[in-house]
Design a protein around this ligand. Structure first.
Ligand code: AMP
Length: 249
């Protein structure tokens, strides 16, 4: 079974992002970029499926600028066998990414597609769901455990107040939650090996997909500064402040 994993290049989760002075976007000039953490979990899960003899080939796919090749090399250092970059400089929104991934799926015919549950830059949590709808395949979002038995997936997902296990026929689309696994560290020998693994570059325009953004960003601004907290001597003062200063009760 081929497993296709979508990986996005995002601002590293340790970076404190800054808004551009003209309030049009987050400033990504000279900022450390990395693989979206949920996508690392998605790749790790695919590698574990391969180690169990369930997956036969892992293909990492990224959509975006040339530098996404670095992210794909990391995916291959974790264990993906090959990579596809769908290259474009156009700003991509989840629907456009889902359409591009659908075009790649049509070509590769994977048995399972794994995405992250959300990208930590736009926090959309939409691409996996849109891809499943476009491909008309079963979907399981926020997966915390994956078992594949007799060509079917038993996938446990995180829900409010607990978890549920869904039984899906494959091929299917699933998105990885935090508790699915803990990704392995990338070792130097594997980084070296990844340099030799095949990377295909496809121009997004050649896939005949409409990439037009459907959402227009009007303004990007910093969240309001939080004022420092205070200690109150007793409950009566707390109630008084909540009533008369914060006016929340
Ligand atoms: P989002 O819907 O934007 O929160 O993203 C959810 C998931 O879709 C991510 O964790 C990735 O697996 C995938 N994804 C989103 N954008 C891209 C992209 N440009 N290239 C590859 N995968 C992406």
């Amino acid at each position: 079974m081929k497993v296709l994993v979508a990986v996005k290049r995002v601002v590293d989760y340790n970076v404190k992002v800054r808004v551009k002075s003209d309030n049009t976007a987050v400033d990504i000039a000279n900022v450390k970029m990395s693989m979206n953490p949920f996508d690392e979990i998605a790749i790790e899960e695919a590698v574990r499926l391969k180690e169990k003899g369930i997956a036969t080939e892992i293909i990492a796919v990224s959509c975006g600028v040339t530098q996404c090749q670095e992210t794909l090399r990391t995916a291959m250092a974790i264990g993906a066998d090959r990579a596809i970059l769908v290259e474009t400089t156009v700003e991509l929104q989840p629907l456009a990414v889902a359409k591009l991934l659908k075009a790649v799926m049509d070509k590769e015919q994977p048995g399972l597609v794994i995405l992250g549950k959300q990208a930590i830059d736009d926090d959309c949590n939409q691409t996996g769901q849109m891809l499943a709808a476009l491909a008309d395949l079963p979907q399981v979002t926020c997966a915390s455990k994956i078992e594949v038995v007799d060509g079917k997936g038993n996938i446990t997902r995180e829900i409010d107040g607990g978890s549920e296990t869904l039984n899906v026929t494959l091929p299917a689309v699933m998105t990885a939650d935090l508790r699915l696994n803990e990704p392995r560290y990338v070792t130097l020998p594997n980084i070296m090996k990844a340099k030799k693994k095949p990377m295909e570059v496809i121009k997004a325009e050649d896939l005949g997909v409409d990439l037009t953004p459907r959402i227009k960003t009007l303004k990007v601004s910093e969240p309001p500064k939080r004022s420092a907290g205070i200690k109150v001597p007793d409950v009566a003062t707390l109630v008084d402040k909540l009533k008369n200063e914060a006016k929340v009760i």
